[in-house]
Design a protein around this ligand. Structure first.
Ligand code: NAD
Length: 263
């Protein structure tokens, strides 16, 4: 299938590793130019070079900015005033119980996981609407958006906010070819998750540790394995395609059955 992404320009926030990098690679494989974002120039340059070596027909451009900081967002906007696709992927997470969290922790999670994506959308959506050529905004939330986790209440709250925001932004796109949607991955095998498994089960092999983690900590998952980043990457790439123009304001689950809904 030709996803008709050749020549489009996509900004993937937080794309130096994990799910963001996988999304950037899927888009590059389909012929889109990708703007790689992380907080340091060396990391961003390295990933851009690796992606261009793998997909020499596209451009991978460097955006070394901490997008939770207003001043750095302005620098991004000056460097890249127009894009076709915005993937609000960047996000932070670490376990903490409600009683351990201070107000400043909640504030920081809000700044990184919610407000940054809102600010980027505020800047790019009006331009996409004006161009009216299949512009796309996709938020990467989490199953925690609809099944809040007691392990990460602050994270869960910010992910629910992604859903609400994407829905209201989608109404702004009425009768245009632009869409705004959310993708909700379940537990995915990124570097952070690998490290967590190593800490939890130092004596088990990676395969055994994954099995035990799923059976113990993610027992409602039907697939009983961690999702691979490329699976999310390919799905997001499809949603970003002009072929997926009938998804609007949707909260799209890709969680291996982790959220125990009937339908
Ligand atoms: P990760 O930690 O592997 O990668 C995060 C990326 O974001 C990195 O490139 C990092 O440099 C970048 N980043 C972090 N803060 C930044 C900032 N302030 N400015 C710019 N870049 C910043 O994360 P991941 O596991 O790939 O998760 C990506 C997204 O997917 C997050 O929004 C996360 O909530 C969501 N998600 C992850 C999982 C999972 O199991 N890994 C499950 C559901 C949802």
């Amino acid at each position: 299938m030709d996803l008709k992404l050749t020549g489009k320009t996509a900004l993937v926030t937080g794309s130096t590793k994990g799910i963001g990098r996988a999304i950037a690679e899927s888009l590059a494989a389909e012929g889109a130019n990708v703007i790689i974002n992380g907080r340091t120039m060396p990391a961003v340059e390295q990933v851009s070079a690796e992606i261009m070596a793998k997909f020499p027909h596209i451009k991978a451009l460097a955006a070394p900015f901490d997008l939770s900081v207003e001043k750095e967002r302005q620098e991004l906007f000056e460097l890249f005033p127009e894009i076709d696709i915005l993937i609000n992927n960047m996000g932070i997470f670490e376990p903490a119980t409600f009683s351990e969290l201070e107000l400043d922790d909640w504030r920081y999670y809000f700044e990184v996981n919610s407000l940054a994506g809102l600010a980027l959308s505020n800047f790019y959506l009006p331009k996409m609407l004006k161009k009216d050529d299949n512009g796309r905004i996709i938020f990467i939330a989490s199953e925690a958006a609809i099944m809040p986790s007691a392990e990460m209440p602050h994270y869960s709250m910010t992910k629910t906010m992604n859903l609400s925001l994407a829905k209201t932004l989608s109404w702004e796109t009425r009768a245009t070819s632009v869409t705004v949607n959310t993708v909700m991955p379940g537990s995915t095998l990124t570097e952070g998750v690998v490290n967590m498994l190593l800490k939890l089960y130092p004596d088990l092999s990676p395969v055994e540790a994954e099995k035990k983690f799923m059976a113990t900590n993610r027992s409602s998952s039907v697939i009983q394995r961690l999702i691979r980043p490329w699976e999310i990457g390919n799905f997001v790439c499809f949603v970003a395609s002009p072929l997926a123009g009938a998804f609007s304001g949707e909260a799209l689950r890709m969680d291996g059955g982790l959220v125990p809904t009937i339908f």
